[in-house]
Design a binder for this molecule. Sequence first.
Ligand SMILES: [Zn+2]
Length: 247
Amino acid sequence: MEASCRRALELGLPAIAFTEHADFVGGGYPDHRPLDLAGYLDALDRCRARFPSLRILSGVELGQPHRFPAEAAAVLAAGGLDRVLGSVHCVPWAESLMDVSLEGLLTPERAPDLLRSYLGEVLALVEGGQGFEVLAHLDYPKRYWPHAEVPYREQDYEEEFRAVLRAAAVRDLALEINTTRGVEPGRGLCPGPVVLRWWVEEGGRALSFGSDAHDPERIALGFELAARLAEGLGFKPNHDPTGFWRR
Ligand SMILES: [Zn+2]
C-alpha cells in the first residue's frame, strides 16, 4: 500500500482509494481468507501518516453481498469506509458459487449461458439493497471470455445488460469503468463503449474510474482512455478529485 501511495504521488494523482476485497464465496473456497478489517485500517493509517499530501480513501469491494447480506452488513457496520463498491465474481455452478475467472469454467460452449447467469446475479446484486454506491466491473466475464472461439458481442445480451443498468440508474449508483490494469481495451475496459452508451440511455448519471491495480505499477493504467470515453458521452470531471464524473 505504501508503494502504491508513492506511485500515486509520482503520477500526480490527487487521491487514491484502496477498495480492499470483502469477497463472500461460501464454502466452495476452503482457502479463502476473510477481510482483516482492523489490519487493513492500521495499514491505511500508516499510509496517511506517511503521505500527508495524498488523499487516501478507505474502501471495500463487497463481492456477492446479495447472497451474504448479514456478512456484508457486518463489514459496513464495523468499517466507517469512504468508498463502497458492489460486485459479482461468482455464478452458481455445480451446487456452489464459482468465480468466473476460474480456469476452465468459461469454455466456448458454456460462456454465453454463464454470461447470462452472471448478469442475472448482477441484477440481484443491484436490487438486493445492500449498501454500496459503485457498481464494479459490470462485465467481469469479458476478461476471461474465450475471445478466439466465441465473439464477445454485447448486443447478444442487450436485454440483460439494460435491465441491470436501469436498476442501477434508479438507485443512482455510479457505474465503474474498470480499466483492468491497462490491458488492451477489448478485454480490459469493463464496460466498454457500447454498454456505456446504454448506461446513458437508461438514465445513468455517474461514472467512477478504477484501475483495479492490485500492483503499484499498474495504478491508473487505462484512465486516459476511460476519461476520453466518459467525455465523449457527456460526463464531466468533478471539482472534488475523489468525486464521480457526472452528467
Ligand atoms: Zn472485483
